[in-house]
Design a protein around this ligand. Sequence first.
Ligand code: SOE
Length: 388
Amino acid sequence: MNSPLRVAMIGNGFMGATHSQGWRTAPRVFDLDLQPEMAVMVGRNPEKNAQLAAKWGWAEASEDFEAVLSRDDIDVIDIVTPGDLHHDMAIAALRAGKHVLCEKPLANTVEQAQEMADAAATARANGIVAMVGFTYRRVPAVAFARQLVERGAVGQIRQVRAQYLQDWLADPGSPLTWRLDKSKAGSGALGDIGAHAVDLAQFVTGLNLTEVSGVMETFVKERPVLAEGQGLSGSAGTETGPVTVDDYAAFHGRFDSGALGLFEATRFATGRKNALRLEVSGDKGSLAFDFEDMNVIEYYDATAPSTEQGFRRIFVTEAEHPYLEAWWPPGHGLGYEHGFSHQVRDLVQAIAAGEQATPTFDDGYQVQRVLDAVERSSARGSAWTATQ
Ligand code: SOE
């Protein structure tokens, strides 16, 4: 029996559900070198937390983060709270000698992200692993796109287009939630979904953004306040409150290779539910991905005979494709939740091997520098702004 890896998850919202699925499933699908144990789930509301801990498979429920952090029988802290708690919790966990998985974006400010990356670098010397939850890297089609770029399939990258289109705020009657509160979320579409687009583009291309020219907008500035205890589906009252974050963020970006990118993040793309899209254009070919067709990568080989050229749909479901060896026969496909099982697999195996898991906190800090530069650019009339 492998040694146990005892996990405490902090938070129990949407990401609590997805991470719990990952911790439950990964050990039953992949051959892991350590055995994750879902030891404790930490949440604020005792009744809700106990009910969800039992439903999702956590052995204990607690309301006391500090007490859980001080336990010797906890090895990993998995932070799935809103962004305002990431900095303090992750640094405390690293200093307590715990491995850390922290949801994206790493922090609510670039200053916080830098301190977290520094704390992770210090902890690394003691064999501690710190990882950021950009799970879209772990969609097999995305991981395969990275492999194609690494082996030169698109040649010299000239342009990148990345979009993250959702529409859950297109209705002005949608109520205020923590994602619309700057003090909780740090930013709106920019940090919540724009961060994914930035990480996806940098991961697949292997390039880093060095300067940006951005624009941000809040279309609906007041929204209904949810009555106390009402869930998102609850009927909001007549009281309204201010939206303090962006609904939309777009920017032009220059990569360290000289390639240029166009980015867009919005929650008002009516009809687009979770359209995270990437297109990479090079002098030998192009790649295109759309999460709403997530088992496919489209590949254009510009070196093929002109009579045979065209984007071809590669169904990324073969056993030889990333992660697929553990799942279903070709053509059966995977879903959103599988990225969280792949995240657990890669984190557990990195800890077992004494290696760093990616994306590291340094990768998360790089994304935060881009987000911060977009905000500074937008406040300066879209002036080109360095990310460093
Ligand atoms: C936004 O609604 C959101 O839940 C993001 O916060 C997640 O990171 C993304 O995976 C799905 O959409």
